[in-house]
Design a protein around this ligand. Structure first.
Ligand code: FES
Length: 132
């Protein structure tokens, strides 16, 4: 049996939403100390909807495939949905990842959540509520 699903290979060979957004509303950068991989997610938000999302990943093939899938899953979606994105959902959408590569999908989850948090931080909001 192949170690990686066809979907993982597809997103690794032809990743979607690669790049950066110059005037991003939220940026999340995370890394995994054990493997040294780094992931950065950029969000453009309009009316609480993710109108655009890009990523830069310095990492393994599974991290690239996870970033590609995660950004596809949140593009055009409300912020609250992006906040709920889990690494399990990303791994499932990729038709699974080998157990020792699941942390790559965790990185995608964390990068998306960090970008959403950054957006709320810049807007002076937290959990969708204005901070006073
Ligand atoms: Fe660390 Fe893939 S090996 S993110």
């Amino acid at each position: 049996m192949a170690l990686y699903s066809e979907k993982v290979m597809e997103h690794f060979r032809n990743p979607q939403n690669v790049g950066s957004i110059e005037d991003a509303d939220g940026i999340g950068e995370v890394g995994n100390a054990a493997c040294g991989d780094i992931m950065r997610v950029y969000l453009k938000i309009e009316d609480d909807i993710i109108s655009d999302v890009k990523f830069e990943t310095f990492g393994c093939g599974s991290a690239i495939a996870s970033s590609s899938m995660a950004t596809q899953m949140i593009k055009g979606k409300p912020l609250c949905e992006a906040e709920q994105l889990t690494n399990q959902a990303v791994a499932e959408a990729l038709d699974g990842l080998p157990a020792h590569k699941l942390h790559c999908s965790v990185l995608a989850q964390e990068a998306v959540r960090a970008a959403v948090k950054d957006y709320y931080g810049k807007r002076g909001q937290k959990d969708g509520k204005i901070q006073v």
